[in-house]
Design a protein around this ligand. Structure first.
Ligand code: BEZ
Length: 159
């Protein structure tokens, strides 16, 4: 079943920025207003050229609206996510979350059949506003990979 607005984030462990740091996504957003973005894959063109950079660029506008935590998740390993974060100069602005086995993505019901190009099931591209662990706005790309409603300018309209 696909997660929807009003639902709580699944209580699933992921890696936060490095292989040694395993946390639950729910812990990251506990008691905070945040944004979670999900991408089909680190270093893919849409994710590297449009989706993630749109949040780095608009970081000041987003935090000015009271957002305390921004995280980007992908079905990739934590080494790749850490390297992608450096490549994108996210600094300490965006938590780079790795969901290597796709457990969080599956629990969200937002898997993308990306096997032919990326080798395995990945995540649909989406952006969500999360308030103390509850999803209050969810913008999932209609085709799973496009870069329209999931970009920062769209989510800013809902903050
Ligand atoms: C992308 O550019 O975001 C992308 C490329 C291949 C598969 C899925 C997404």
């Amino acid at each position: 079943m696909t997660i929807k607005e009003g639902d709580s984030l699944p209580d699933v462990e992921i890696f936060d920025g490095e292989p040694g740091k395993k946390i639950k996504v729910t812990e990251l957003f506990k008691g905070k207003k945040g944004i979670l973005i999900a991408v089909p894959g680190a270093f893919t063109p849409g994710c590297s050229q449009k989706h993630l950079p749109s949040y780095v660029k608009k970081y000041d506008d987003i935090t000015a609206k009271g957002v305390e935590v921004i995280a980007c998740i992908s079905v990739n390993d934590p080494f790749v996510m850490a390297s992608w974060g450096k490549d994108q100069n996210v600094g300490d602005k965006i938590h780079m979350l790795a969901d290597p086995e796709g457990k969080f993505t599956k629990a969200m019901g937002l898997e993308l059949a990306a096997n032919p190009v990326l080798g395995n099931a990945r995540s649909k591209r989406y952006s969500a506003i999360v308030d103390d662990g509850v999803i209050t706005k969810l913008n999932v790309e209609p085709d799973g990979t496009g870069t329209t409603c999931s970009l920062s300018d769209e989510i800013l309209k809902s903050l």
